[in-house]
Design a protein around this ligand. Sequence first.
Ligand SMILES: NC(=O)c1ccc[n+]([C@@H]2O[C@H](COP(=O)([O-])OP(=O)(O)OC[C@H]3O[C@@H](n4cnc5c(N)ncnc54)[C@H](O)[C@@H]3O)[C@@H](O)[C@H]2O)c1
Ligand SMILES: O[C@H]1[C@H](O)[C@@H](O)[C@H](O)[C@@H](O)[C@H]1O
Length: 336
Amino acid sequence: MKQQLRVGVIGCGAIGKEHLRRLTDVVPETIVTGVADYFLPAAQSAAEMFHCTAFQTGEDLIASPDVDAVVVTSADPSHAAYVLEAIRHKKFVFCEKPLAQTAEECQQIIAAEQAAGKKLVQVGFMRRYDRGYMAMKHAISSNEIGAPLMIHAAHRNMSQAPGFETDYAVTRVAIHEIDICRWLLDDEYATAQVLGVRQSSRTSGEWLNPQIMMLTTRSGQRIDVEVQTDGAYAYDIQCHVVGEDGIVSLPDPTSVTKRAAAAIHTPLMTDWKDRFIEAYDIEFQEWAKSLLNGAPTGPSAWDGYVACVTGDALIRSRQTGKPEDIVLPEKPEMYQ
Ligand SMILES: NC(=O)c1ccc[n+]([C@@H]2O[C@H](COP(=O)([O-])OP(=O)(O)OC[C@H]3O[C@@H](n4cnc5c(N)ncnc54)[C@H](O)[C@@H]3O)[C@@H](O)[C@H]2O)c1
Ligand SMILES: O[C@H]1[C@H](O)[C@@H](O)[C@H](O)[C@@H](O)[C@H]1O
């Protein structure tokens, strides 16, 4: 069995650089051998920093005999093509969320992976590796709160990159709740709806903010997700699962409590990089170990597909003003 995986990273922006550092410093099973970015200076500076090759294109990186596994951290619209190219080369590929822009592209990925006859794809739903969510899932599956009835969740961001659009509140932001809630409840969704709400004056007004996303599961549970994409007081992620016999809540990350000036202060985080730093570390450690054992065990192409189908239904419902049904084909054997 190989002891170290040679990894190439496509997309050397914010999270690309975070994962490069992580693969270099935190995951002993990986060595970064190459980087690519369609903005070549970004690839060159990352190559210098991480002592590896800067490839001219993502396709060159994927084809390189020095790359065993690919990490896709480029912009959303480029994900599907790189994942398909990696599958064509029968290489393992970790793709940041979303897996693709459309459900059809996800289906192409699923078809290609099945034709390859081997699980190759993992999607970057890192919250499944967060200790808080893991403890919640354990409490639910060991029946500590009885049958789960509903989830109240919130995803609050302080700002977004320029060019943000209303739909991105689903495809880039709430996509994390879409994945984590079905994972926590171990159920699939039946309907999705976006509700309107008074708009925040703390945002530019170029897109709808906040939005409330409602999901129901096949067994009738209801999930409400408050999504603030801009202007929130902190980067704050909340999740409360209400069961017949009790409630489990996502713990806040540990921070020092200060008692001063006749008050108690507990600082909150402002950035996803810090809030989920440990989850990303564990995600990549587990990914590397699973590949050395033969196949990825984390969120699959099917999970990426379900997230896209659900996101499409949410976006449709904003146009129709009604709950939209979520219909899935049968789950292929590979993802059972
Ligand atoms: N899991 C998470 O919590 C999380 C957090 C942040 C970002 N992401 C995802 O990671 C991806 C990157 O996000 P980011 O914040 O680092 O963005 P970013 O804009 O900071 O970086 C993207 C990089 O990709 C490059 N790029 C864009 N299109 C490309 C293409 N076709 N080929 C090669 N390179 C290309 C850009 O030049 C840039 O350097 C997004 O898909 C985002 O949704 C996930
Ligand atoms: O790309 C980021 C990332 O996925 C974060 O986890 C999320 O909280 C942000 O809203 C999103 O913009």
